[in-house]
Design a binder for this molecule. Structure first.
Ligand SMILES: [Mn+2]
Length: 317
């Protein structure tokens, strides 16, 4: 019998796991990866009586491995806010899922723990670009504006650290980052104690942002398009750059095209007050997925770029 904690390598995934483990400590095998590495269940072979907790990855993307694990006699608990249309009905699967806008996986864990480690859920909300939600909850909890600004920076840094094609692109591997925060009940304590790590991450993020913002953008009706080169810094910043741009001018949809070896990857953000989910557009492509507000396509062949842009223009006019 073995225990596994399987989590997305971004702020939400790490903070979701962290909240649960502060309240229920146990030593488990950690399985994670870069943010887009979401078929994480494939990385383990589950056996009878294994206990598996999963955070912030979609059931739909892992349905085969989950079914196999359940058949083997393993038990799962699953906290997530991505698409979950294929939830198996099984006594050994406990789900804490939502598709509500503005609710991240860490908030599902927060609900499960009756808000016990909510400050970490705030960090996750900031990381997942739910800053209004975080500010509302944080103000209720008595955090000052300055404290909230610090939590926001931490969320953005942890999220930023998860972007890349492989762990090699990242400043610190997500499981290592989790080990660093593990002993801190409060994110503000972590920030005060781990200044070197935080400031190094911050410098690298600002540097990557600057390079991205300096590149020209093109606007076609309500869709703003930016193209990034096949570089480490660009792979790290593409998603966060999309978030920052979409917050800057909320009436536009954004498309960030990141060049890869022989294709592109796409980050899609919808205009704030538009109803059509970004994921609905992404899912029209074989490797597309994501959430209502933020979606992406992992492998977009060059010749399909125009069709993606057309779909976005039509949808968000
Ligand atoms: Mn998330």
């Amino acid at each position: 019998m073995a225990g596994y904690d399987i989590f997305n390598g971004d702020a939400d995934g790490i903070c979701a796991l962290h909240q649960l483990r502060i309240s229920k400590p146990c030593s488990r095998i950690l399985i994670t990866g870069v943010k887009r590495d979401i078929k994480l269940l494939d990385k383990a072979k589950f056996k009878k009586d294994d206990l598996i907790s999963v955070f912030d990855i979609s059931i739909d993307s892992n349905q085969d491995a989950l079914k196999k694990g359940l058949e083997m006699g393993a038990s799962f608990e699953w906290f997530d806010h991505h698409s979950s249309e294929t939830v198996p009905d099984h006594p050994n699967l406990k789900c804490y899922l939502t598709s509500k806008a503005g609710v991240c996986s860490s908030l599902m864990v927060d609900k499960y723990l009756n808000g016990r480690y909510r400050s970490w859920a705030l960090v996750a909300c900031y990381g997942d670009n739910f800053s209004t939600k975080a500010a509302t909850l944080g103000t209720e909890m008595g955090f000052s504006r300055q404290q909230l600004a610090s939590l926001q920076i931490l969320g953005e840094l942890m999220n930023y650290n998860s972007y890349g094609d492989s762990i090699d692109d990242l400043h610190v591997a997500p499981d290592e980052l989790y080990r660093q925060i593990k002993s801190y009940d409060q994110p503000l304590e972590f920030l005060a104690s781990e200044q070197k790590l935080v400031s190094d991450l911050h410098d690298q993020m600002n540097d990557d942002f600057e390079k991205g913002l300096d590149l020209p953008e093109e606007r076609l009706q309500n869709v703003v398009i930016k193209r990034l080169p096949n570089k480490k810094w660009a792979r790290r910043i593409s998603g966060l750059l999309a978030n920052r741009l979409s917050q800057r001018t909320q009436k536009f949809a954004y498309l960030i095209l990141l060049e890869k070896e022989d294709h592109f990857s796409a980050s899609i953000r919808k205009p704030l007050h538009h109803n059509t989910p970004a994921s609905l557009i992404a899912k029209q492509f074989p490797t597309g997925g994501g959430r209502r507000e933020a979606a992406g396509i992992n492998v977009l062949p060059k010749q399909q770029i125009d069709s993606l842009i057309e779909k976005m223009i039509l949808c968000y006019k």
